[in-house]
Write a protein that binds this ligand. Structure first.
Ligand code: SF4
Ligand code: SF4
Length: 80
């Protein structure tokens, strides 16, 4: 995993959900609420996109995070 300025870039560099470790309290809401089971806890207990290709950009994770720790960016092909 890579981390820049407190933002977790996931185990795949091209993951478009950025998890801010300065804000994340590892509560698991994003893991539980994702309807596609995309998000899992990584080895250090922080969430990341394990099944990136199953994401349908619904924004549930970013909306439900109580810490506003998730940022969705760099969508490669979807017009939102
Ligand atoms: S919902 Fe937010 S604070 Fe909770 S584990 Fe996910 S990113 Fe971290
Ligand atoms: S945008 Fe939706 S499908 Fe994608 S990871 Fe977040 S909750 Fe899951």
């Amino acid at each position: 995993m890579s981390q820049v300025n407190g933002v977790e870039y996931g185990e795949k560099d091209f993951s478009w959900l950025k998890f801010d470790r300065e804000r994340c309290v590892r509560c698991g809401v994003c893991v539980d609420m994702c309807p596609m089971d995309v998000i899992h806890f990584g080895s250090q207990g922080y969430p990341y996109m394990r099944y990136r290709d199953d994401c349908w950009y619904c924004d549930v994770c970013t909306f439900m995070c109580p810490r506003q720790a998730i940022v969705m960016e760099e969508l490669p092909y979807l017009i939102r």
